[in-house]
Design a protein around this ligand. Structure first.
Ligand SMILES: [Zn+2]
Length: 56
């Protein structure tokens, strides 16, 4: 999953009970629902580790 701004890799980050995808380059954060239509299998698999958490 790549950043829409700079096309660097996004990493899954947990902060408290929230999940965000954060760019490893420009630090832009995405909410899950913002990128839900573009999630790739690798990112979805990472998110499965957080299914007990709320995607706000
Ligand atoms: Zn970026």
């Amino acid at each position: 999953m790549l950043c829409r701004d700079c096309h660097h890799k996004l990493e899954v980050r947990r902060s408290c009970w929230r999940i965000r995808l954060r760019c490893t380059s420009c630090q832009r954060e995405y909410q899950i629902h913002e990128v839900a239509s573009d999630l790739d299998p690798e990112t979805e698999k990472q998110l499965e580790n957080y299914t007990t958490l709320i995607y706000d």
